[in-house]
Design a protein around this ligand. Structure first.
Ligand code: ZN
Length: 313
């Protein structure tokens, strides 16, 4: 068996207006745009990556932004919430900050001993801040949010399923331990310090998720290059049909869809976002995989302008 998976690598969701998306994640949430690229399977749309200063695994929230896409509906067979980790002392700062930015937040709630602040992004994607005393110092972006209060990366995702049993078994196979249960929610934890939790909710009566703006496209876990092929074998043994390894330039990936319809990815921590840009210039310009470089002019002219103020200098 390969070593236990410590946690999430990235989460990819679907957005609509790329400029509005970038403004929200960089200016309101204070994340850094660490990679500005295109959907490698559809280069007419951006693939935008936000994260901490260095784009560390476990911090990157990414979006395919289709300007004309219809709103989706979060529901079973999807990750239905993405949770970011903040220090416990930052909860009041964030409630005020989101309020000042005109973001509707739900009333803060207590979950497994942590304060949780639910809100939505401009496309309606359900997000949460989870405030914990053990939030690591991390590598916060230099930007509009003071480092003491900055989002550290992911805390968790919540996956909703009609039947949770097979997902629970898969997570345990991946090295996650079931640590808490409350109502329809079961918590599984890996031993990383970012993106280490997966909550699985049993929602037998749906509604079923419908892809579109404001929904999660897939959830990626971090693995090492050495063990990626072993994870493919584990997924196959689990009854899934993983893809071949796909080179995504900044990581190599294997994808698999669970029986419940959730798209998962197993992405390597190497080589990372500095594979084709320096740390100082991450996200400043459109970067393309080699096979698309020849089409750069055509691709750039088809993309809407995206002015992201360089907050990280
Ligand atoms: Zn991905």
């Amino acid at each position: 068996m390969p070593a236990d998976i410590p946690g999430l690598h990235h989460v990819t969701a679907i957005g609509s207006d790329p400029a509005r998306n970038a403004e929200f994640y960089t200016e309101t949430l204070g994340l850094r745009l660490v990679k500005r690229s295109v959907n490698q399977d559809d280069p007419s749309v951006y693939h935008l990556f936000y994260g901490d200063h260095g784009g560390s695994p476990g911090t990157s929230m990414t979006f395919f932004t289709y300007p004309d896409v219809s709103p989706g509906r979060p529901g079973t067979g999807q990750a239905t919430a993405v949770s970011f980790l903040i220090p416990a002392s930052a909860a009041d700062y964030w409630i005020d900050r989101l309020d000042d930015a005109g973001v509707d937040t739900d009333r803060p709630r207590e979950r497994f001993g942590d304060t949780v602040v639910p809100f939505r992004d401009p496309d309606g994607l359900p997000l949460e801040l989870v405030a914990r005393t053990d939030a690591p110092a991390g590598d916060p972006p230099v930007g509009p949010v003071p480092a003491d209060n900055a989002i550290r990366g992911f805390h968790s995702v919540t996956i909703s399923l009609a039947d949770t049993e097979r997902m629970a078994t898969l997570l345990e196979t991946m090295g996650f331990d079931e640590t808490e249960t409350a109502g329809d929610r079961r918590r599984f934890e890996g031993d990383g310090d970012l993106g280490y939790a997966v909550d699985v909710r049993a929602v037998p009566d749906g509604p079923q998720g419908r892809p579109g703006a404001g929904t999660v496209h897939h959830v990626a876990f971090r693995v090492t290059r050495e063990e990626q092929s072993e994870w493919r074998d584990v997924l196959t043994a689990h009854g899934l049909r993983p893809t071949a390894v796909v080179d995504r330039k900044w990581f190599e990936s294997v994808y698999a869809r669970t029986a419940g319809g959730v798209r998962l990815e197993y992405a390597t921590t190497e080589p990372g976002y500095t594979a084709d840009e320096t740390l100082d210039t991450l996200g400043d310009r459109l970067v393309l995989p080699e096979r698309l470089e020849a089409r750069r002019e055509e691709i750039e002219s088809g993309l809407p302008p995206l002015d992201v103020s360089a907050t990280d200098e």
